[in-house]
Ligand binder design. Structure first.
Ligand SMILES: [Zn+2]
Length: 147
């Protein structure tokens, strides 16, 4: 099946419907651009619906990890500014408010993975890195209620 991507907004969640094969090339470019656009718009609750995805290869998996990193990047827990690590890998104080509190910018979840995708996530031990839900309803219910 040909790769397809479309987005819809359900309440406060941006749902990205993916279909076909997520492999090197057009699919990855489209996915990356979509995540960037959503983040740029401040949409911090993103659900990737994998229901119609037939196949993901290792580069597709890499793109999913990148998307997760982008959406869940660490920010200041008080003012939301971007924070950085020092050379020892410890978080510096917030450059704006000096706070040491940290939180993730947003949430990214996966739903409806098919057999190949589930096997790939389990084989690569990434199943627990992602927040994977069997249905869209479960995934939507799992987003934090308050933001
Ligand atoms: Zn701050």
């Amino acid at each position: 099946m040909e790769f397809k991507l479309s987005t819809r907004k359900l309440d406060t969640v941006s749902v990205v419907d993916l279909a076909g094969r997520i492999t090197a090339g057009e699919a990855l470019t489209a996915l990356r651009q979509t995540i960037r656009d959503e983040v740029a718009k401040g949409h911090n609750r993103i659900l990737l619906n994998l229901k119609d995805v037939s196949y993901i290869d290792s580069s597709g998996l890499g793109e999913l990890i990148m998307a997760l990193g982008t959406v869940t990047q660490t920010i200041c827990g008080k003012c939301g500014a971007t924070v950085f690590k020092d050379e020892d890998g410890a978080w510096d104080s917030c450059p704006q408010c000096e706070s040491k509190e940290r939180k993730a910018w947003g949430e990214l979840k996966l739903s409806n993975p098919g057999r190949q995708v589930t096997d790939l996530l389990q084989f690569t031990k990434l199943y627990s890195v992602f927040d994977v839900h069997e249905s869209e309803t479960d995934a939507l219910a799992s987003f934090k209620k308050s933001r």
